[in-house]
Every structure is written in C-alpha cells, then in structure tokens.
Ligand binder design. Structure first.
Ligand code: FB9
Length: 516
C-alpha cells in the first residue's frame, strides 16, 4: 500500500500542470491527510520531493455534522423512518434506534414544518405530510458542499456563521499542509531506496564503470537519518533498593569503612543476642519478635572458652560489671534464628579482631560497615515487613566517646545533604550510652527519626578479649526508609516483595538521596 501511494504521489507530481499540495493529494487519492504527509516526508528525506510548509483555514465537519452526512438531517431521517413504519412510530423506539439527541433535533424541525403530529399519552409520532421532498434535505446537501470545497472563501459568511456558530455542524480550523515540488533526486523516486551497500552492488557498479557508464546512478540510497532514534533495547534495571544501597556503600567506602561479610541470614542466638550482652529474658528474644529455626534447631559451640566468658558475664558480671544476675541457659544461646540485626555480624567481626589481637599482641583499629537483610517477627503494615535491610557502621579504636560518635554520624549524613541533626538519649541492651538520631525534614517542617546509635558496652567487648582501652562506637539505620522517602513510595509492598511493579526498576537514577 505504501509503495502504491508513493508511486501515485510521484506520478501526480510528474504529470500535474498546477501546484500540488498534500491536501489535494489526500482528496485525490481518498487517503487520510496525515498518511499522505507521512509518505511525503519520507520522499523529502530522500530528496525525491521538496516540501514547503503552508497554512490555511479550512472548513471541517463537526461530529454532529458528520452524523447528518451519515444519516441525513434528523427531520428527513424521521420522515423516512415513519414512511418505512406505516406512517407511525413510538418515539422511544426511535430514540433507541437513532439516539435520543438525533431524534429530538429531527422531531423539533418536523413539528415546526408541520410534517408530523405527536400523541403524548401513547408517545406516538404520526406522519401528516407524505409529500415531503426528500431531495430537499438542504442541510445534508450544504454539508456535502462544504466537504467537496472546504475553502471558506467559496461560501457566504452568513452561511458559514449559521452552520458554525448556530448549528455547530462545521468548524473553521487552521491546518498545516505542504506544497509539493520535484526534489533534486526526483528521477530516483521510483527506484528502490537501498538502505545498505552490499558487495553484490559494488560488483554491479564496477561492471558499469568498466563499460564506461555512470555507475553512480545505478542505485538510489536512502538518506541517512541522523535524527532517527536508536533501537530500543529492552534492558534490565537495578531495583531502587539496590541503587540506594550502592550510594550508601560508596559513601561508607569513601569514609574509609570496610564491608563486613554478611552472607548468613541464619545466626545463632549467641551471636545475635548473648555476645551483645542482651539478656535471655529480653522481650526481643521471644518468638513474637524473632524467627526461630526448627531444623537445624541448634548451632555448634566453636569457642568454648569465649562461650563460658559470655555466660559468666551474663550471670555474675566481672571486670567492673555486676552482669544480669540470672542463670544463663546454654540451650537458649545455641538456638538458631534468622538474624534480627546486622549487629550480630558486628559482634563476629569484633571477636575476630580480638582473636587477631590475642595471636599478634597488636590491636589494629578498624572501621566496618554492613548493609543486608534482617528479619523480625513483627506485625506487618504499610511501612513494615517481616524483614528489612539494616545499614550499620562501627569504629573500633582507643578511647572513643560520644564526641567521636556524634561527629562520625554527622560526617555520614552530611554526605546526603543532611546537616541539621539532633540526638536524643535512648536505650539499647548492648550500647551505653545510646542515642536516637533525628534530622530536620524541610518538607514536613519537623525532625524525623533517621537512625539509632551508641557505644558498645564493656560487658560485650571484654569477654571477646579486646584491650580494655578499646571502645567501639556504632550506628544503624534502614535502607527502606530513605528509599521510600526518595522515591515517594507510601507502601513498602510497592518497593519490596512480590507485588513490586518491575517497570519501576527502570526509573531514573537514585543518586543524591535526601529526605526533603
Ligand atoms: O532508617 C531509619 N530512618 C531513616 C533513615 C535514613 C533516611 O534518609 C537519609 C538520607 C539518608 C530517612 C529515614 N530509621 C531506622 C528510623 C525509623 O525509620 C524507624 O521507624 C525504623 N527503624 C528500623 C528499625 O525498625 C524495626 C529504622 C531501622 C533501624 C533502627 C535502628 C537501627 C537500625 C535500623 C540500629 C542500630 C544500632 C544502634 C546502635 C549500634 C548499632 C546499631
């Protein structure tokens, strides 16, 4: 069809005595004007034709006008229908058949012309004038004339106003069209436009050249369209959480932190709670808050000495602490769970640092971070699932205090443009002192909680065997909260889980999270 239209256009331009334009071609070939313009633009691109954009006002038929061109004027349609139905019809049936508005228009005009009578009780219309001259459908005939000659200057202003303003059967609109002339490569027009140069074509050109002919006219090539968009490649996309994780990870690495190995979702209660000096009666440790494994239900104890030192610290304290003063259960400590925080990983890393200190006699200060999934047996709601990603940072060095903790947290958050922080005393079983972290939210005009922090207790560090003057400062936050704020998610299920809309993963970059 396209080749056919292209050939028709080129033939018309070849043979026309008068100016050729896209409107005329559309009427001549009875093809939609936009389709003709599309074909013309292709021929213009290959320089077969030259196009000059023009503009003019034309008469266009409105939707109501098109209905009359399709069915005839409502009053004539009504008479035609009555004649078909034995000069009578129930108005409601006609409404159903032709649309209430169309019948109402015809009804009013036919009553005015005394062509029909109407009996309201029976809702019946009766034809009274059978001599209606159906060819006198002036409205229909005039609309046909507008269609055949859409140039407003061909019709009286009075008529145009009547059909446009009063009856709204036409509109006068400014339209763009194109004057069409031969282009520099018009003679190549009907030749197939080659898109690629092949070895076969080169051989044919060479043969032409050897025969002394003009090889350059042998093939016609499509003009290279530098504006053409590249082929859309259906790529994957990083999940919003992973984009945010990348930014947090980059910032922590820039601040000199090393990433801890977090590839164990299953953890022992010992590392998750006991090594942190979290007492076994703590509410967070029961099954309402923690997921316990049934198989394997228990873990092995690898370092019995450390295990016993932790037991003693819980039961009776030592090294300045009175402990928690309860009978500590080995069985409870060896229960396997899904880790409830990545602080369990921090505990393992600090224990390894103590082991290194023990074997080398040298303590090396370190900065560690972790970003990974943690699991809590909590009630679900629009912002909480039974799991989330915790971000945790810690520094183990000599004589660190609240001052270092606060400045470290300030350094960290200011990388996200968050400079207005407040710290509020809080309680954690394994840190003392502890602080909740708040940041000023410009949008909400209030401080919002953005994390928690503290200094690990000596009762946690000393049983590991770390030097007495080594302290560890740490802070934590979640990955989901900043991501939800940045992307504007109201429900965490739109961000994480099986209900996520995969197309969202193709959204723009996350970089420069902020909470405002
Ligand atoms: O992430 C949280 N909020 C937050 C963080 C960042 C942010 O945008 C900034 C641009 C970066 C915006 C908001 N919160 C902690 C605060 C609240 O969302 C809170 O309602 C939810 N909390 C989680 C725990 O809820 C079960 C967020 C999660 C959390 C809380 C505490 C820690 C980790 C994660 C911790 C800790 C800790 C303390 C001491 C030592 C070591 C670790």
């Amino acid at each position: 069809m396209e080749q056919e239209l292209k050939a028709l256009i080129i033939k018309q331009v070849q043979e026309a005595k008068d100016e050729v334009n896209s409107l005329g071609l559309s009427t001549l070939f009875a093809v939609d004007h936009q389709k003709v313009v599309g074909e013309l633009k292709g021929l213009n691109m290959s320089e077969v034709l030259n196009l000059t954009q023009m503009e003019k006002v034309v008469v266009e038929i409105s939707e109501d006008g098109k209905e009359i061109l399709e069915k005839g004027s409502p009053e004539f349609k009504l008479v035609a229908e009555l004649l078909k139905r034995g000069d009578k019809a129930v108005k409601k049936e006609l409404d159903t058949a032709f649309g209430e508005k169309y019948v109402r228009l015809g009804f009013a005009a036919a009553i005015k012309s005394k062509w029909i009578e109407y009996d309201k009780p029976s809702d019946t219309i009766t034809l009274k004038n059978k001599q209606v001259d159906m060819s006198k459908d002036e409205t229909f005939n005039q609309l046909k004339k507008f269609t055949e000659n859409p140039d407003p200057s061909s019709h009286s202003e009075e008529l145009l106003k009547d059909y446009e303003k009063k009856r709204k059967f036409i509109n006068r609109n400014k339209i763009k069209f194109y004057k069409v002339e031969k282009g520099p490569r018009f003679d190549q027009g009907l030749k197939k436009q080659e898109a690629d140069l092949t070895t076969e074509m080169l051989s044919e050109m060479q043969a032409e050249m050897k025969e002394g002919k003009d090889w350059s006219k042998l093939f016609s090539f499509k003009k290279y369209n530098y504006l053409a968009e590249g082929k859309k490649i259906n790529t994957g996309g990083l999940h919003p959480l992973l984009k945010v994780r990348t930014q947090f990870r980059e910032i922590l690495l820039e601040l000199g932190f090393q990433e801890m190995p977090t590839n164990n979702f299953v953890e022992s209660s010992f590392w998750n709670f006991d090594s942190l000096f979290q007492p076994q009666q703590h509410p967070a440790r029961d099954s309402h808050d923690t997921f316990f494994l049934s198989n394997p239900r228990y873990c092995k104890v690898l370092d019995k000495d450390y295990f016993m030192r932790v037991k003693n610290m819980h039961q009776s304290g030592g090294q300045g602490s009175v402990g928690w003063q309860y009978v500590w259960s080995e069985e409870e400590a060896t229960k396997n769970i899904l880790r409830t925080h990545t602080t369990a990983v921090s505990a393992r890393m600090l224990y390894k640092m103590a082991q290194d200190f023990k074997s080398t006699g040298v303590f090396t200060p370190r900065k560690w971070f972790s970003i990974d999934r943690v699991f809590r047996n909590e009630s679900l709601d629009s912002t909480h699932l039974a799991e989330f990603h915790q971000i945790e940072g810690l520094i183990a060095d000599y004589n660190l205090g609240l001052g270092e903790l606060i400045t470290t947290i300030e350094d960290f958050f200011c990388r996200f443009g968050i400079k207005k922080l407040k710290f509020k005393p809080a309680y954690n079983p394994y840190t003392e002192p502890s602080m909740e972290i708040f940041a000023w939210h410009e949008g909400f005009k209030k401080y919002v909680e953005i994390g928690n922090s503290g200094i690990f207790r000596p009762e946690m560090l000393l049983p590991m065997g770390l030097p007495e003057d080594v302290s560890v400062i740490a802070w934590g936050l979640s990955l989901e909260r900043p991501t939800m704020i940045h992307y504007g998610y109201k429900n965490i299920r739109d961000l994480f889980g099986h209900e996520v809309n995969v197309n969202d993963t193709k959204k723009s970059s996350i970089y420069c999270i902020n909470i405002n």
